[in-house]
Write a protein that binds this ligand. Structure first.
Ligand code: GN1
Ligand code: MG
Length: 361
C-alpha cells in the first residue's frame, strides 16, 4: 500500500516526504486514506481517495462535475471553505494507475464529522448546511452536469431492479427474505410515486447533493459550526426533498444505519424537527408548495429505496456496497425497512411538525 501512496503523491506533485497514512473507514463505496507529508519539519495532510469504478462507471465525468461545482462555489463565495483537488502534471484532477485504479487527492480539512448525534443544535446545523448547499447551487446550470450514476435516485427503477433480481435469485437467497419482500411489494407503488412524478416533470428539477448523510458535513472542532459539505460524487439534477429525506433517514434514526438489533431502531421525531428547522429555514423561499408538502413522503420513499438497494446487493452477492461481514447488506436492509415502517407510522405527526416549522422559521 505504501508504494501506491508514494506513486499517487508523486503523480500529484505533493511536496515533501510521505510521513504517515491511515485508512478512513467512513463511506460505503470509495476507499479513503488520510495521508500526511513532511516538509522542512512541517506536516501537511491530504485525503487520497480511490474511486470505486464498479459504482462509478465513468469516474472522469465525476471529476468534471466536481470541478464545475467547486469552481462555481469558490467564485460565488470566495470566503467559504471549498474542497481543493490537486492536479497532475497533465492538468487532470485524477490519476489512473497502470492497474486501472482511479485516484484523486484533496486537501485535508481539519474538522470533525458526525455519525450519530444527540445534540439537537448540531442536527439543526446539519440541516442548515445541506439546505444552504442547495440554495447556493440554485442558480448553477445543472445541464452541464453528467449523470454520474444514471437513475441514482429513481426509486421506481431501484425497486424494479430488485424485483427482477428476485425472479433470477442468482445466489439462492430469496428464501431468507420473504417477509421483507412481502412488505416491499405492499409499499412499492407508494414509495416509487415521487420518482415517477419527477420523471413526468411534475416536480422541480434542482441541483442536489444526493448523498446527504450527516458525515458528509465537516464541522469545526471547537465551535461545531458546519465548515463545508463534502462527497460531491453524486451531485446531479434531482429532487430537493430527497436530499432532505436521505439526511433525516440517517440522522433521525435512533441508531446506526446497520443496527442488527431492530428493537433499537426508531425514527426520532425531535431529531427530525431539529433537522427540518435548519433545512427549511435555508430553503423555504426557493422550494415550491409540492416540495414542502412532500418532505415526509420523500423521507419514507428514500428509506425504502435504500432498503431495496441494500437488499438487492445482498441477493446478487454483495457487489456494490463494502461489507464488513457476509450478511451486512441484509442487516442494513432490515434496519432501513424497520425505519421506513416507523416513519410511515409517525407520518401524521411528522407532517404536523413540517407545517409548524414552515410557520415558525
Ligand atoms: C453510499 O459511500 P457513501 O457512504 O458516501 C451510497 C449512498 C448510500 C450510502 C448508505 C454512490 O454512500 O447512496 O445512501 O452509501 N453512495 C453511492 O450508507 O452509492
Ligand atoms: Mg457518498
Amino acid at each position: 500500500m505504501v508504494e501506491i501512496m508514494k506513486l499517487v503523491g508523486e503523480k500529484f506533485r505533493l511536496p515533501g516526504e510521505l510521513y504517515s497514512y491511515s485508512t478512513i473507514t467512513m463511506g460505503n463505496v470509495n476507499s479513503t486514506y488520510k495521508v500526511t507529508y513532511e516538509m522542512d519539519g512541517r506536516l501537511k495532510s491530504y485525503l487520497f481517495q480511490q474511486v470505486n469504478t464498479h459504482a462509478f462507471k465513468k469516474p472522469v465525468e465525476i471529476m468534471k462535475n466536481i470541478d464545475h461545482v467547486t469552481t462555481f462555489i469558490r467564485q460565488k463565495y470566495p470566503q467559504q471553505i471549498t474542497l481543493h483537488f490537486h492536479h497532475t502534471a497533465d492538468g487532470a484532477n485524477y490519476y489512473i494507475t497502470d492497474e486501472n485504479s482511479f485516484w484523486r487527492v484533496v486537501n485535508y480539512v481539519e474538522s470533525i464529522t458526525i455519525n450519530s448525534c444527540d445534540d439537537l443544535s448540531v442536527i439543526e446545523a446539519t440541516g442548515k448546511a445541506f439546505g444552504n448547499f442547495q440554495t447556493q447551487l440554485s442558480d448553477f446550470d445543472g445541464s452541464v452536469l453528467y449523470e454520474t450514476i444514471p437513475g441514482f435516485h429513481n426509486t421506481k427503477q431501484r425497486l424494479d431492479t430488485l424485483f427482477e433480481h428476485i425472479e433470477e435469485d442468482p445466489c439462492g437467497r430469496v428464501k431468507e427474505v420473504t417477509e421483507e419482500l412481502e412488505y416491499l411489494s405492499q409499499v412499492r407503488e407508494r414509495a416509487a410515486d415521487l420518482s415517477v412524478r419527477f420523471a413526468r416533470g411534475e416536480i422541480p428539477k434542482r441541483v442536489t447533493h444526493n448523498d446527504t448523510k450527516a458525515n458528509n458535513v465537516l464541522f469545526h472542532k471547537e465551535t461545531k459550526e458546519p465548515l463545508v459539505v463534502v462527497d460531491l460524487d453524486t451531485i446531479m439534477p434531482g429532487m430537493s426533498m430527497y436530499d432532505f429525506g436521505d439526511a433525516v433517514r440517517f440522522i433521525a434514526n435512533a441508531v446506526g444505519e446497520d443496527e442488527p438489533d431492530l428493537s433499537k431502531v426508531y425514527f426520532d421525531t425531535e431529531k427530525f424537527k431539529a433537522f427540518a428547522k435548519g433545512f427549511i429555514r435555508e430553503t423555504k423561499n426557493s422550494l415550491t408548495e409540492i416540495e414542502l408538502q412532500n418532505l415526509v413522503t420523500a423521507s419514507f420513499s428514500i428509506t425504502i429505496e435504500l432498503a431495496s438497494r441494500f437488499l438487492d446487493d445482498y441477493l446478487v452477492g454483495n457487489r456494490y456496497f463494502r461489507c464488513e461481514y457476509p450478511k451486512h447488506n441484509l442487516v442494513r436492509a432490515r434496519c432501513q425497512l424497520k425505519l421506513a415502517q416507523d416513519i410511515d407510522k409517525k407520518s401524521p405527526a411528522l407532517e404536523q411538525i413540517v407545517r409548524d416549522v414552515i410557520e415558525q422559521v
